[in-house]
Design a protein around this ligand. Structure first.
Ligand code: BDP
Length: 693
């Protein structure tokens, strides 16, 4: 199964399959005797191997493969591969290729468990779902699950450069060992694919959105083909980022103008070359005319013209073109938050069928909290992908514990038309992508808790309606312990963790207050960067009178980009949630909040609450020391200690700065920052991981 793993080093992620509780084992064991899976498909073999090994570990005895149906058979099959499945006439219609049915049933008087699907990938996901059920300690007697994924494309985006550096990566270097490829396949790739398959992630983009065209040269394409071959049995398709200027960079053409016939021919030929060696290649992801990347705008062409040209090259092969909506022009104009919508809304309906427009969860840039991106729900004639960041660029890297399930659910479940009714963001999605948080650290994600974000992304991409708490519970049981007291303690910490980060970094709708470049630590005072909208002062606009970005009609009117019902609420002080207040409104320091406190008091209390919350997490974690393996317990303790220090740093530096701009005294109950503002301003971090500069 996995490469050799040390107990407790985190390598095995949530696929540990620890021996199940004795009472579960004694009642469930008779239901599990043999596995029947007739297929030569590598995917079905992978699924039945996983079941065999997983159940062997859970039950403490092997589950042999068999051809016979006996009491206790686990049967994997499609109506085409299994007469029994065909005879059972299960409701497989509408489940597509990836959906599955898990059912405890009987056949010829034999009690069996079936994993049934229309295709091999359904069998793979069904097998992992069966193991997940078992690991929750649930009885398999009444098993009856019927599922299919909410979105057809569930993908990781790796911001990995060809030299092994991972942009915004906090877990070591890239998993792709280009120098050893295509000759050697790192066994770790198989475990990577297994982990993804176990939560239904079915695609991966290997390279950084700030792309290097070299990956499209023949030598590299052979390496890509080797990776694609390792991932394929696990249901994963491989994608690459395409640098828009590749025809110039590696093609010897004088232009990359999407309307130039030579450029169009070049991309068609390139696509043909790729599909000859990777027949199931997924397609391209493109960042164009954003943050200095080349794009159709360089030739006076629109995003649709650029995207469609690449889509046409991929179309004959069934490829997909993901075009990012994260764009902002050289001049931010009135408000950077408006730019993507202003640029893309007029293009609705102008993209080819195989184009998916990929927008970040919020209109700015992966902040600890943003309102949902106004493009969701407003591009009826365009397929959309939701892009989230699993790597915590703006949420404390892999040091701070922040479980992102609640953040993503907040976006997915946000209503795009009315306050509490009508369609939500999830309803408008064809795909969901996460900027990956993986690297070659032994525990994959830099911290044990960041594994939960990889896990939660997959689960929420599969089922947008899942509750983040339920996901945290199942992850915890598979990763840490079955003990109900431990599970509830850990899940409690996880569920509060992201809000704590919001509180001590960017409370009440504040955003983009991080230090420049690496984005670690506070920098609300920064006002000297060359672009106005790179400066925190541009976003908070604080002065002696008040704080916040007026995005109502009296300000940038970004609010008008939302549908009327939503816009109306965001625009009203008595309706906009406190969480988004300073995102949409400029508010006087002494104005009263819903809590009855003034804004100044409320702001201070949020910082306090954030730091307090981290202190509580530390205490709760410390109390678990006898109940968890010492190696991982210790590793998390060390991170929490650092997080607490950094949360205080955020609080102290921010309060010192707000006090300076607002000229407000601190109420007596608020402990003054131990240093003056100049001290915080002078702090410079060096050699920070993940920083491309
Ligand atoms: C920003 C990151 C930058 C990425 C950019 C993007 O700081 O490294 O290139 O997002 O999404 O948040 O393209």
């Amino acid at each position: 199964m996995a490469s050799p793993a040390l107990a407790g080093d985190g390598y095995r992620l949530w696929l540990r399959y620890p021996p199940a509780a004795a009472h579960w084992r004694s009642t469930e064991a008779p239901r599990l005797r043999v596995i029947v899976a007739r297929s030569r498909s590598p995917t079905v073999n992978a699924a039945s191997d996983e079941l065999g090994q997983g159940f062997a570990a859970l039950l403490g005895r092997t589950l042999p493969r068999s051809h016979e149906i006996i009491d206790g058979t686990v049967l994997l099959g499609t109506p085409q591969t299994s007469k029994v499945i065909a005879a059972l006439r299960l409701p497989l219609g509408g489940l597509g290729d990836e959906g599955f049915i898990l059912r405890s049933t009987s056949y010829s008087d034999k009690r069996i468990i079936v994993v049934a699907a229309n295709g091999e990938r359904g069998l793979l996901y069904g097998s992992f779902a069966l193991l997940r059920e078992a690991q929750q300690g649930r009885s398999l007697a009444g098993l009856d699950l019927r599922q299919k994924p909410a979105s057809p494309l569930r993908m990781l985006n790796h911001w990995d450069n060809l030299d092994g550096f991972v942009e915004r990566g906090y877990a070591g270097r890239s998993l792709w060992r280009w120098a050893e490829l295509p000759g050697q396949i790192d066994p770790r790739l198989i475990d990577y694919a297994r982990a993804n398959a176990s939560v239904g992630i079915n695609a991966t983009v290997l390279t950084n959105v700030n792309a290097d065209a070299t990956v499209l040269t023949p030598d590299y394409l052979r390496k890509v083909a080797a990776i694609a071959g390792a991932l394929r049995p696990w249901g994963m398709r491989t994608f690459l980022t395409a640098r828009f200027s590749a025809p110039i960079d590696i093609g010897g053409l004088p232009t990359a103008d999407p309307t130039d016939p030579r450029v169009r021919r070049w991309w068609k030929a390139k696509a043909g070359e790729i599909y000859r060696i990777i027949p199931d290649f997924g397609g391209f992801l493109v960042k164009a005319n954003s943050e200095g990347q080349p794009g159709p705008g360089d030739y006076g062409r629109s995003h649709a013209e650029g995207a469609n040209m690449l889509a046409d090259a991929l179309a004959p092969h069934g490829g997909t073109l993901l075009w990012r909506a994260f764009v902002y022009q050289a001049d931010p104009g009135s408000d950077r938050a408006r730019q993507a919508f202003d640029e893309f809304k007029p293009l609705d309906g102008r993209f080819r069928r195989n184009v998916i427009l990929q927008a970040k969860n919020g209109p700015i840039d992966f902040q600890p909290r943003e309102p949902f991106h106004p493009l969701f729900g407003q591009m009826p004639a365009t397929r959309l992908a939701l892009e989230v960041q699993a790597t915590k660029e703006y949420l404390g890297f892999s040091t701070h514990l922040a479980y992102l399930g609640p953040m993503w659910a907040e976006t997915l479940h946000a209503r795009t038309e009315h306050g509490d009714r009508g369609p939500n963001v999830a309803d408008s999605l064809t795909a969901m992508a996460a900027v990956a948080n993986t690297g070659d650290d032994r525990n994959w994600t830099g911290s044990d808790f960041d594994q939960a974000n990889w896990y939660a992304f997959g689960r929420l991409a599969w089922d947008h309606a899942l509750s983040p708490r339920a996901v945290a519970e199942e992850w915890t049981r598979q990763t840490w312990s079955h003990d109900p007291a431990v599970v509830s303690q850990i899940v409690g910490m996880m569920m509060r963790s992201r809000e704590a980060v919001v509180d001590y970094m960017t409370p009440l709708g504040l955003h983009h207050l991080m230090a420049s470049g690496h984005h670690h630590g506070p920098g609300p005072w920064v006002d000297d960067l060359p672009r106005a909208d790179w400066n925190p002062t541009y976003f908070h606009r604080a002065d002696e009178r008040g704080i916040g970005f007026d995005r109502t009609a009296s300000g940038s009117n970004a609010i008008s980009q939302y549908r009327t019902g939503v816009a109306r609420c965001f625009a009203r002080r008595d309706c906009v949630p406190d969480e988004h207040l300073l995102w949409f409104h400029r508010v006087g320091w002494d104005e009263r909040m819903q809590s009855g406190r003034t804004l100044w008091e409320e702001l201070l209390s949020r910082y306090e609450r954030g730091v307090q919350s981290v202190g509580d997490m530390r205490g709760e974690w410390a109390a678990l020391d006898k109940k968890l393996d010492p190696e991982r317990h210790q590793a998390v303790s060390a991170k929490l200690a650092q997080q607490e220090k950094e949360a205080r740093w955020w609080r102290d530096a921010s309060i010192a700065y707000w006090q300076f701009v607002s000229r407000r005294p601190l109420p007596p109950e608020v402990t003054p920052p131990p240093h003056d503002l100049a001290t915080y301003r002078a702090i410079r971090l060096r050699n920070v991981p993940g920083d491309p500069e």
